[in-house]
Design a protein around this ligand. Structure first.
Ligand code: GAL
Length: 303
C-alpha cells in the first residue's frame, strides 16, 4: 500500500508520474491525471528547478488504491513553435466529462519555460484514457493564468479557477456549455491574498476552496475559504491542517479534492525540487461540516 508523503508505485511497480493531478470517477472507474516529470531536473538561471515538458499521464483504478498506468494521454511535442513544445511548461491537468458532447475535456496551465506567458491550454478526447487532442492556448478572459483547477457544479455548469494578476488574486471563469472555452462570465476570490493550487468541492450546499501560498516548490501553509455561491462571497477562513507539520501542509501542496463513497479526500503533492520525478503524494480525508474544515495527516489512508 502506498504511504502518504512518499513516492507511489503503480501496478507494474513503477513510480506514479501524475503530479499536480486530480482523481475523478468516469463510468465506474477512477482516473488519475497528472504531470509526468520522469525527466532530468535542471536548475535554470532564474533559480527555478524544472523538468522539460513530457506530457500528462493517466492511471486507472477500480478501488483508488492500485493504479494501472494508461500512458501519456497528452504528449509534449518536439516540433519547434508547437504550443506543447517540450521547452514549455505544462502543469496541473484537470479533466471533466461533458454530458452534452460526451467528450472528456482537459484544461491545464500552459506557459513558457520561465512562467512569464501564463496561459491556459485546452484539449479534448472521446475516452478518459485519451488520446487528448489539443484545442487551444488562451489567456482566459484576457487575464494571466498560472495554477488552476476545474470545478463542475451540481447543475452541470463548469468553472476554471486560476491564480491571476501575478498570483495575487484567484479568478473564477464560467466555461461554455461544451467546456471548450470560457463564456465571458467571471469573478474573483481572495483578492490580494496570493493564493494558488486551488482545490474546490461542495458539501451540503456550501463551497469550500483549499489553497496554498505562493512559494514555488517549497511547502507553506494551506488556507481554506467558504462561500454559498461559486461566484461571490468567498471568505478566507483559516488553515484546515492540524497537528505536527500543519503549518507546512505536512510538506505538501494541494492539488485536488475528490469524492469517493460520499467522503471527500484532498490530494497533495510533496515536491522534491532538486529531483522532481521523485516527488511524493498524499491522499488525506477531509472533514467538512457547516463551514468547518479539517485535514489531518495519516501515514496510510483507507479509501
Ligand atoms: C508552484 C506551483 C507549481 C509549480 C511551481 C513552479 O507555485 O504551485 O504548480 O508551478 O510553483 O515553481
Amino acid at each position: 500500500m502506498n504511504k502518504n508523503g512518499t513516492m507511489w508505485l503503480d501496478t507494474d511497480g513503477n513510480p506514479i508520474q501524475a503530479h499536480g493531478g486530480m482523481i475523478e470517477k468516469f463510468d465506474g472507474i477512477y482516473y488519475w491525471y497528472g504531470e509526468n516529470k520522469a525527466g532530468e531536473t535542471v536548475l535554470k538561471e532564474n533559480g527555478l528547478h524544472r523538468v522539460d515538458f513530457i506530457g500528462f499521464s493517466c492511471y486507472s483504478s477500480a478501488d483508488c488504491i492500485s493504479w494501472k498506468n494508461e500512458g501519456l494521454v497528452l504528449k509534449a511535442s518536439d516540433q519547434p513553435g508547437s504550443p506543447l513544445h517540450k521547452s514549455r511548461v505544462g502543469e496541473r491537468p484537470k479533466v471533466l466529462y461533458n454530458e452534452k458532447s460526451r467528450k472528456y475535456v482537459m484544461w491545464f496551465h500552459l506557459d513558457s519555460h520561465d512562467y512569464m506567458t501564463a496561459h491556459t491550454g485546452v484539449a479534448v478526447a472521446d475516452r478518459p484514457t485519451g488520446p487528448f487532442q489539443f484545442v487551444r492556448e488562451m489567456c482566459p478572459n484576457r487575464f494571466d493564468s498560472r495554477d488552476m483547477t476545474l470545478f463542475k457544479d451540481t447543475d452541470g455548469k463548469a468553472y476554471l479557477i486560476y491564480s491571476s494578476d501575478w498570483n495575487k488574486t484567484l479568478r473564477i471563469a464560467q466555461l461554455t456549455d461544451d467546456y471548450l472555452d470560457v463564456n465571458g462570465v467571471y469573478s474573483h476570490a481572495f483578492p490580494e491574498q496570493e493564493r494558488e493550487a486551488p482545490a474546490i468541492f461542495i458539501k451540503d450546499g456550501l463551497y469550500y476552496m483549499i489553497t496554498s501560498g505562493c512559494t514555488g516548490w517549497e511547502p507553506n501553509n494551506a488556507l481554506f475559504g467558504i462561500s454559498h455561491n461559486i461566484f461571490s462571497g468567498w471568505k478566507l477562513i483559516g488553515d484546515p491542517c492540524t497537528g505536527e507539520n500543519a503549518r507546512q501542509t505536512y510538506f505538501g501542496q494541494s492539488t485536488y479534492v475528490f469524492e469517493k463513497d460520499g467522503r471527500h479526500y484532498l490530494m497533495l503533492d510533496h515536491w522534491n525540487p532538486s529531483n522532481l520525478k521523485e516527488s511524493g503524494y498524499s491522499i488525506l480525508p477531509v472533514r467538512a461540516d457547516n463551514g468547518h474544515l479539517t485535514v489531518s495527516f495519516q501515514e496510510y489512508t483507507s479509501l
